[in-house]
Design a protein around this ligand. Structure first.
Ligand code: ASP
Ligand code: MG
Length: 458
């Protein structure tokens, strides 16, 4: 029987009572499972927000450690009534938190936060939750082993903060390491560089950890437990009665995630596509039945009559405009721009050019660094560099975008109907997505109207 990789995220671990549901889910699987777990909700951000305080005083470090110990004790008290196991859990947790304290002291004494220490420190949210879950499983009489990514080892390319898994270097070893007849519990969010340094897999990266492990062991499924109803035709916070999407393709899921849908990390599908391992998404607030996913992601391409499956949005992007009368015609401008941004480790999400302007779609967090770098580049064809950041990207996703006519016309007509000016649009980069950039203040209106156009009016 193929194993199933089961991932629980921070949204499943918000309160100390939540572990009970997680346990119930795990116990319901008949198949052998490998559990990948995120940090408790908010813990990674908590650690991240406290690192700078550790630079200043040792008292700040004590406060972090006390806070974590207090939380751990509360969770253990709530979930592990058996004294022997609760004692064991607290000892292991204290040991983990003790290690964290040493790294924070390292930061304090060094007087700065080197990348390798930041990644190390931020990985502790997952280390804590995995120890807790593992002890809880054992206390329930289940045969389970806790394996840290460094012990698999889950090898990455070594990029701090945003590493990629190096499958050639670790796939076979991981398959063998996880071949036993028991439950494995693995903390998500990080792997190790070839020299053994902790490297994070990017914000929200536990999904990508779980997908990578699923690929390594040739899992039957990757099951991701959430606290919402899977992929929808639009965000229920913006649109009344959106429909649930039972089935979508890897490509559609990836584009939706890239453009803001919070269901999956955008890189989750990467390791799974070529191995054809389906992702099943479940709502932990619904039926705890792992045969009934709310959404299902695989390679089966379905083109709907209306083509569009979902309308999503993101406020995380900005546009950098480079203007100049000849930027479109002059060879090499784009290469210099892209080269400079790559040097600064700034990712370009999309590029649209014309004769007189180059428009770059970037993450908003990179805006200032990008402006600075591009101004310094001193390209004489470029007369002006500026950023638009009060914008939202609206992505319209569905298999068959390029093969069916009239989709773009309907999108533009819907936007025009409510008087929305589209700043930039792009169709054609992929079979499955068109997107628009609008003023942030027009975001909700645009999403609603475009969603209505495809799902309500017709
Ligand atoms: N705990 C990490 C984060 O907050 C990873 C994850 O949740 O997937 O980004
Ligand atoms: Mg998460």
């Amino acid at each position: 029987m193929s194993k199933i990789v089961v991932k629980f995220g921070g949204s499943n671990l918000k309160t100390k009572k939540d572990l009970r549901k997680v346990l119930e889910v795990i116990e319901s699987y008949k198949e052998p499972v490998v559990i990948v777990v995120s940090a408790f909700y908010g813990i990674t951000d908590f650690l991240s927000s406290k690192i700078s305080g550790s630079l200043e005083t040792k008292e700040a470090i004590e406060n972090i450690i006390d806070e974590l110990k207090k939380r751990n004790r509360e969770i253990v008290d709530e979930n592990i009534p058996d004294f022997a196991y609760s004692k064991k859990a607290l000892q292991k947790l204290d040991a983990i938190v003790g290690k964290l304290e040493k790294f924070l002291l390292g930061v304090h004494y060094i007087g700065e936060v080197p990348e390798f220490l930041e990644d190390q420190i931020l990985s502790f949210g997952e280390k804590i939750s995995s120890v807790l879950l593992h002890t809880l499983l054992e206390s329930r009489g289940l045969v389970a082993e806790l394996v840290f990514p460094e012990d698999l080892p889950l090898i990455t390319d070594g990029e701090f903060g945003n590493a990629s898994v190096d499958f050639d270097a670790c796939e076979l070893k991981i398959k063998t390491r996880l071949s036993g007849d028991k439950i494995y519990v693995i903390p998500g969010f990080y792997g190790v560089s070839p020299s053994g340094k902790t490297t994070l897999l990017g914000k929200g990266g536990s999904d990508y950890s779980a997908a990578s492990i699923a690929r390594c062991i040739g899992a039957g499924f990757l099951d991701i437990w959430k606290d919402v109803n899977g992929f929808m035709t639009a965000d229920p916070k913006l649109v009344e009665n959106p429909h649930r999407l039972e089935k979508i393709t890897y490509a559609e899921a990836a584009e939706l995630a890239y453009f803001g849908a919070k269901i999956l990390h955008p890189r989750t599908v990467e390791p799974l596509m070529s191995a054809h391992i389906p992702i099943r998404i479940f709502n932990i607030n619904g039926a705890l039945d792992h045969t009934k996913p709310v959404s299902w992601v695989n390679s089966e391409e379905v083109v709907l009559d209306g083509v569009v499956k979902s309308v999503t949005y993101s406020d995380e992007f900005c546009i950098i405009k480079l203007k100049g009368p000849g930027v479109g015609l002059k060879p090499g401008v784009l290469a210099k721009v892209a080269g400079k941004l790559s040097e600064e480790k700034i990712n370009i999400n999309s590029v649209i050019t014309s004769q007189i302007a180059i428009n770059l779609l970037l993450q908003k967090k990179d805006k200032n660094a990008a402006l600075h770098a591009l101004k310094k580049l001193g390209l004489h064809t470029v007369t002006e560099v500026h950023a638009l950041d009060e914008v939202s990207v609206i992505a319209i996703v569905g298999q068959g975008m390029l093969d069916n006519y009239g989709i773009a016309a309907r999108i533009f007509t819907a936007a025009a109907r409510v008087g929305i000016n589209i700043k930039i649009s792009s169709t054609g980069a992929s079979q499955v997505v068109s997107y628009l950039v609008v003023d942030r203040e027009n975001r909700d209106k645009a999403v609603k109207e475009i969603h209505d156009e495809f799902f309500t009016n017709n």
